[in-house]
Design a binder for this molecule. Structure first.
Ligand code: FES
Length: 113
């Protein structure tokens, strides 16, 4: 059976810069993820820090640092580039978040298979 795209959130639920926790279905299970809007560009990553596998957010929907310039893990403060998820500071420097392919259509952010 052909895999369907999945709705993650509405674009107007995001500030720019801003982020939102979402989830999607994979293999019958819900997978935690988040969407980031920055300079008009939408990106999404699994909500799983490469350091320990923990979720990055302590405050719901808050995945960016105070400047809105980098993704921040609340557990041990790792920082990741928004555009490619690469860790640029913290205990997992050189590792990266797992990116998810998304598209925006009719004001909705979709995960594409
Ligand atoms: S769990 Fe993310 S920096 Fe340690």
């Amino acid at each position: 059976m052909k895999r369907q795209r999945q709705r993650l959130c509405r674009l107007d639920e995001l500030d720019d810069p801003g982020s939102r926790g979402v989830s999607f279905e994979r293999g019958g299970e819900r997978v935690a993820a988040f969407v980031v809007l920055h300079d008009g560009q939408v990106r999404a990553y699994e909500n799983r820090c490469p350091h320990t596998g923990a979720p990055l957010d302590w405050v719901e929907h808050q995945f960016l640092d105070a400047e809105g310039a980098l993704i921040q893990c609340a557990v041990h403060d790792a920082r990741f580039k928004i555009d490619d998820g690469r860790c640029v500071a913290g205990p997992c420097a050189g590792d990266a978040l797992t990116p998810l392919p998304v598209t925006v259509e009719d004001g909705v952010v979709w995960l594409i298979p």
